[in-house]
Every structure is written in structure tokens, then in C-alpha cells.
Design a binder for this molecule. Structure first.
Ligand code: GUN
Length: 299
């Protein structure tokens, strides 16, 4: 069994980006600029956004964090996004999800200029992804693809089971793994809350991507010997023995499953850092596409 070290792979990606940014700056070009919008004070969202801002600093991007109270009106939020859409100094815009109940995430996502949609959530971006056209890939599935690439894990002809059908992870993940691009060409089954025989389906998988948000859901008896296990779950569990008051748990029962796996991601330190690195790649791409008119960057 080998651990898929997301920290290591993410660092390699960020190191590469840092060099490219330094080159841009040396040529008098503007460096990529990411704007993150955080509404309210959800603890997990605070942590994720802080990590995104920190990664921008690490690679030499400019970043701006815009914070709003949870009570902000949808009108004001949409107005801010429209301003950012029109600002030539902004390359990437992300609005951290979830949003308060009175704001429609769909309306907010639809408002972001697809050219600045570094989260890859806009319908036009998703459409391109499904069609196999160059576009921004949502950061978590993109990070997983980069991790598979880093460790040269063959997916062609394999049976991949994706547990979870969210727009952010499960659905785009299934598109990428079943697509004809690098680290695609797998036969993909998507499982969700209505799937019958989930355990039996998982037990036939060469690759499992667990993205359902239920701590320790994937058990040893659901996993084939030698399977590749990608754990996207990152749930906070109250734990008074920790300084923070919580510990993080993945969707996979790591201790029980790891001995059967050929490769497995840890939580934390697996998919999480890759998500951030992938977001940095998307932001760089947004900037590069703006600066180099006509220069089509492939995924
Ligand atoms: N909430 C959970 N994951 C994500 C993500 O990748 N992007 C944004 N904007 N919000 C999230």
C-alpha cells in the first residue's frame, strides 16, 4: 500500500507555478489575481478560504478577500460580482460555498463571467467540460486528476466507482474519469443515496472516489484487494482532546481499508492540498488566457 501524498504533489505544482509567475513578473506582466468572496462565518469555509489566500501568496499571485456579513442581500453580492467581472485587474473570482439560505448559489454562480470562473461551476464551463472542450475544471476533481497523474496511476479500462453526485465533485469527477483525456478512459459507475447494492458495486471497483460527506462510510468489506482509494470527505468531528475542538474525518475508514488498497489518500493531506493547487492552476490559466490573446491552453 502506498499513500498518495497530496501535500507533496501539490507542492510540486505550486513550485512550478511559482517559477512561471516569476517569469511573468520578470517580463513586466501582471501576475494572476484571484478574488475570493466569503459570506458569513462558517468555520470550514473560513479555513478553506484562508488556505486559498495563503496558496496565492506562496506562488506569487495577488489575492483579494472580500468578506460580507451573512445578512448581505443577494442584490449586493451580485452587484459586487458584476463589478469584478468588469475589472480588468481581476483574473479569477470565487464565491465560497455554501451561501446563506436566502441567497441562491445558482444565481450567484451564473453571474460570474465564465472567463473568470476558476471554480469551474458556471453552466457554460460545465458544458464545455462535458463536451471535452478546454475549460476550467472544478478544483477538487482537477486536483484528483493531477494526483493520479503525479503518481502515474493508470485509469484506462479500469472500473471507477464515484460515490456522490454533487456538482462540485462527484459529477465532474465521473466526466473526467470516463472522458478520453489523460487519466480518463475508465468505465465509471456513479453511486448515490438511492443506489441499490452499493457495497457490491464498490467491491468490484479498481478505483473508488468517495465524495459523499459521511465519515468512515467506506469499509473494508466494500473494497477489492489492490483498489485505488481516493477520499474526498473532510468532515469536522467534535473532539475535545484537540486544541481546535475537532478532528477531520474522511469518507473512508482509513485504518481498515488501507491494508487492502494499492494506493490511498489520507485525510488530511490527500485531496485537500490538491484542490488548492488545482485552483492555483486555474487562476494562472485565467491570467495567461487574458495576457496571451489567441493562445489556447489545453486542459
Ligand atoms: N465549497 C466546497 N468546495 C468548494 C469549492 O471548491 N469552491 C467553492 N467556491 N466553494 C466550495
Amino acid at each position: 500500500m502506498q499513500i498518495l501524498d497530496g501535500k507533496l504533489a501539490a507542492q510540486a505544482i505550486k513550485d512550478g507555478l511559482k517559477l512561471e509567475v516569476a517569469q511573468l513578473a520578470a517580463n513586466g506582466k501582471e501576475v494572476p489575481h484571484l478574488v475570493a468572496i466569503l459570506v458569513g462565518n462558517n468555520g470550514a469555509s473560513e479555513t478553506y478560504v484562508a488556505a486559498k489566500v495563503k496558496a496565492c501568496e506562496e506562488v506569487g499571485f495577488k489575492s483579494t478577500l472580500i468578506r460580507f456579513e451573512a445578512s448581505i442581500s443577494a442584490f449586493k453580492l451580485l452587484d459586487t460580482i458584476r463589478d469584478l467581472n468588469g475589472d480588468p485587474e481581476v483574473d479569477g473570482i470565487l464565491v465560497q460555498l455554501p451561501l446563506p439560505d436566502h441567497i441562491s448559489a445558482e444565481e450567484v454562480i451564473n453571474c460570474i463571467d465564465p472567463a473568470k470562473d476558476v471554480d469551474g461551476f458556471h453552466p457554460s464551463t460545465v458544458g464545455k467540460l462535458v463536451l471535452g472542450q478546454p475549460t476550467y475544471i472544478p478544483a477538487t476533481p482537477y486536483g484528483i486528476m493531477l494526483l493520479l497523474e503525479y503518481y502515474k496511476i493508470e485509469t484506462k479500462g479500469k472500473h471507477a466507482v464515484v460515490i456522490g453526485r454533487s456538482n462540485i465533485v462527484g459529477r465532474p469527477m465521473s466526466v473526467l474519469l470516463s472522458g478520453s483525456g489523460n487519466y480518463g478512459n475508465a468505465t465509471v459507475t456513479i453511486c448515490h443515496s438511492h443506489t441499490k447494492n452499493l457495497k457490491e458495486i464498490c467491491a468490484t471497483a479498481d478505483i473508488i472516489v468517495a465524495a459523499l460527506g459521511r465519515p468512515g462510510f467506506v469499509k473494508e468489506d466494500m473494497v477489492k484487494e489492490g483498489a485505488v482509494i481516493i477520499d474526498v470527505g473532510i468532515t469536522r468531528i467534535d473532539d475535545s482532546s484537540k486544541k481546535s475542538g475537532y478532528r477531520l474525518s474522511g469518507d473512508v475508514d482509513f485504518a481498515a481499508v488501507a491494508p487492502k488498497a494499492s494506493f490511498i489518500t489520507p485525510v488530511p493531506g490527500g485531496v485537500g492540498p490538491m484542490t488548492i493547487a488545482a485552483l492555483m492552476k486555474n487562476t494562472f490559466k485565467a491570467c495567461a488566457l487574458k495576457h496571451y490573446d489567441g493562445f489556447l491552453i489545453q486542459n
